[in-house]
Design a protein around this ligand. Structure first.
Ligand SMILES: NC(=O)c1ccc[n+]([C@@H]2O[C@H](COP(=O)([O-])OP(=O)(O)OC[C@H]3O[C@@H](n4cnc5c(N)ncnc54)[C@H](O)[C@@H]3O)[C@@H](O)[C@H]2O)c1
Ligand SMILES: C[C@@H](O)[C@H](N)C(=O)O
Length: 375
């Protein structure tokens, strides 16, 4: 019985892998190289095989969707394209509210065949590739970061190219390094990051642009600043303090910051970040003079953020206990981000500066708690 099941699985995989997708191909063991791949095709090959009609809603897949940003992105995209047109995926178990809010499936980006099956079976046309290990956790596990952020990206690029997908891959302020101009950092300049996270993101930018020029892949990429959100936790980055400070201000009125008080970094409220992501994906291709853009909203230090918070939570006490790994990373990153190309090409405009950010975060997390504690 097991043998028969195994045989039929191999046969099914072989059929799925056959270039024409029909039963007339000879049965061979399914391996990745059977399907056409950018590594095998001639230079004039085009991958626009699946046409996406602009009047249809895209069928969307989000990888790494259970992190700080993915659930919010799914919510935004489902509002726009319909609940069932947006599939959230991750390797973690979703909380029940997420599981019941729309389609969710398991997808490990290191499993190429499973990814391809998901894209084919669900007729995916847009892919948002959010899976990654962030800067601080990446330094703590370089081998895993290299695998997820680089090998995983290769799988995504090949699948996207083979199936004519529009592909969004986020990059980061972390794609710059100590030899980049830091104040401000333009789109095009020296990029020599000193973290595996940064190296993998420069690699993603370059590979995506290469696939765009070489194979016509519709690759779009934004370099996000540190993102601040109220209802989702950051996944182990250098900018995490700017989320934690709000939670601690509300809960205990005390916050210990792991960066120095004068560490200036570009930051953005999550709603701006997700809107920018949708806007760049919907921008007509001829408005995009580049495929990788900086986006920015504000830039502040822990001390400045604490001062703004003090206006609303006067009893907040902030102390500093510097984490040397995170501090070294932050010291190599941009202090201000020049996003003038995004503003010019596709009309990027942020809504939230620091005062609106602080007000919105406190409103969300419950200023009532603060008032109650202060009395
Ligand atoms: N949050 C930020 O401040 C920020 C800033 C700049 C760029 N970005 C980028 O945006 C994207 C999303 O960021 P985030 O903050 O939500 O990240 P996160 O760390 O919170 O979430 C990443 C998700 O990837 C998943 N993942 C890990 N290995 C996987 C695998 N093998 N297969 C599938 N999924 C896997 C994790 O389970 C996790 O849910 C990332 O690419 C990140 O680099 C984020
Ligand atoms: C900036 C960004 O890429 C992420 N929040 C990190 O700190 O690693």
């Amino acid at each position: 019985m097991t043998a028969i099941r195994n045989l039929s699985r191999v046969a099914r995989q072989a059929l799925l892998s056959s270039p024409a997708g029909c039963g007339c191909q000879p049965l061979t063991v399914a391996v990745r190289s059977i399907s056409f791949s950018p590594r095998q095709v001639t230079s004039d090959a085009s991958f626009h095989s699946v046409s996406f009609s602009e009047t249809d809603h895209p069928k969307v897949l989000i990888t790494g969707g259970l992190g700080q940003l993915g659930v919010g992105l799914a919510k935004l995209l489902r509002k726009r394209f319909g609940k069932n047109n947006v599939i959230l995926s991750d390797i973690r178990k979703p909380p029940s509210n997420v599981f019941h809010s729309g389609p969710f499936i398991y997808s490990d980006i290191l499993d190429y065949k499973n990814l391809r099956e998901i894209v084919v079976n669900n007729r995916i046309t847009w892919l948002f590739h959010y899976s990654a290990l962030l800067s601080a956790v990446g330094e703590a596990n370089v081998a895993l970061a290299r695998s997820v952020n680089i090998t995983g990206l290769h799988n995504i690029l090949d699948i996207a190219a083979e199936h004519g997908l529009r592909l969004f891959v986020p990059s980061t302020i972390g794609a710059f390094g100590p030899t980049s101009p830091r104040n401000p950092t333009p789109d095009l300049c020296v990029q020599r990051p000193r973290t595996i996270y940064g190296v993998s993101k420069v690699h993603a930018e370059l590979m995506g642009e290469y696939y765009h020029h070489r194979y016509g892949l519709d690759f779009r990429c934004l370099r996000y600043p540190g993102i601040i959100s109220a209802d989702s936790q950051p996944g182990g980055g250098t900018t995490d303090y700017a989320v934690q400070i709000f939670h601690d201000a509300i809960k205990t009125g005390k916050f210990e910051c792991n960066l120095k008080p004068d560490t200036r970094l570009p930051m953005m409220y999550i709603d701006d970040c997700l809107r920018a992501t949708l806007e760049v994906m919907e921008a007509p291709a001829d408005t995009l003079s580049m495929r990788t853009y900086n986006i920015n909203a504000m830039s502040f230090t822990p001390e400045e953020l604490a001062q703004e918070l003090h206006k609303q939570v006067p009893e907040l006490e902030v102390t500093y206990d510097v984490d040397n790994v995170r501090q070294a990373i932050a010291d190599s990153w941009p202090m201000n981000f020049d996003d003038s190309n995004a503003r010019r090409d596709w009309g990027w405009k942020h809504d939230y500066d620091m005062p609106e950010l602080v007000q919105t975060m406190l409103n969300y997390l419950g200023t009532d708690t603060c008032v109650a504690r202060a009395n």
